[in-house]
Design a protein around this ligand. Structure first.
Ligand code: GLU
Length: 288
């Protein structure tokens, strides 16, 4: 099967070192396999979006040598596909409405149990919709982090598919779009390793294929926080792409093509020599 990989940034800030590592890792894997590399802008969460960030990320990528093989897919334009997937989940009776407010949940821990919400329906407001998490172990073999397993009910519980505001969750949109874009392997940061069982479960419910997975180590700041969440997220400067690309390559344990004088040459040489066995495992990632 032809390899199709992707990079799927959220427009919550400028391109930073952590997202550069994800772009690079997904690019190297796709190019080494002689496959395609696609881009998806995950702009489904307007309240979290930083104005101008999507355009800035898309403008920065070519400066680092990353050029997608198809037009960018914008999740903000995929509402109809998410509506259809949600309708299918409702038809399967796999989701239930939930009127618990965030403050109630914070106070009591859980007000939804055994696949239903214990809070009384409130006709004055829209519910959130949660997926019934079965008592089911989901296992998969990550190409870098190794065999993983997770009990969906224990680890994730009845997770939100559609928020009170009518916005769809990352989990649903990601699964629908990975299938729509024909992604054969998902390469992304280890912070999403524990989302993968939820996504595999959704794929099975929706009759979608499960891609392979490769989770990259996470770039953390000095306090051990994910860079994007850190106050000092380290934006990478598209005006001087080579030093950041070299740092990202070194971070992924890959040999540095010292002879390369520009990003395309560096990426081409690095893709040829790419070896996933050299990527450091992330310590502290869940392993079931
Ligand atoms: N949009 C997510 C992020 O920027 C990545 C999602 C994914 O690769 O599945 O963290």
């Amino acid at each position: 099967m032809d390899y199709r990989g992707r990079f799927a940034p959220s427009p919550t800030g400028l391109l930073h070192f952590g997202s550069l590592v994800a772009a690079l890792g997904s690019w190297l894997r796709a190019r080494h396999a002689g496959g395609r590399w696609l881009l998806r802008m995950e702009d489904i969460d307007p309240p979290r979006e930083v104005p101008g960030a999507a355009a800035a990320i898309l403008a920065a990528l070519p400066a680092f040598g990353f050029v997608a093989d198809a037009p960018v897919l914008y999740q903000s334009q995929r509402r109809a596909a998410y509506d259809a997937a949600f309708a299918r989940l409702r038809a399967l009776d796999a989701v239930f409405p939930c009127w618990c407010s965030r403050s109630e949940l914070a106070a009591t821990g859980t007000l939804h149990r055994d696949g239903r919400c214990l809070a009384p329906p409130d006709p004055r407001r829209e519910p959130a919709w949660r997926l019934r998490a079965p008592d089911l172990e989901i296992a998969f073999d990550d190409a870098v982090q190794g065999p993983q397993r997770q009990n969906l009910r224990e680890a994730a519980g009845d997770f939100v598919i559609r928020r009170v505001e009518g916005l769809y969750s990352y989990q649903l949109a990601c699964v629908v779009d990975d299938a729509y874009q024909g992604i054969t392997e998902v390469v992304r940061g280890c912070d999403l390793l524990d989302s993968t069982p939820r996504q595999i479960h959704l794929q099975r419910l929706l009759g979608l294929p499960t891609p392979r997975y490769l989770h990259l180590p996470l770039a953390l700041d000095a306090q051990g926080r994910k860079l994007s969440k850190s106050a000092q997220a380290w934006p990478v400067d598209p005006a001087t792409p080579l030093p950041a690309l070299r740092r990202a390559l070194a971070f992924l344990g890959q040999p540095l093509p010292m002879e390369a004088v520009d990003p395309p040459a560096l990426l081409a040489a690095a893709s040829r020599r790419f070896d996933p066995a050299l990527i450091p495992k992330q310590s502290g990632c869940f392993a079931g």
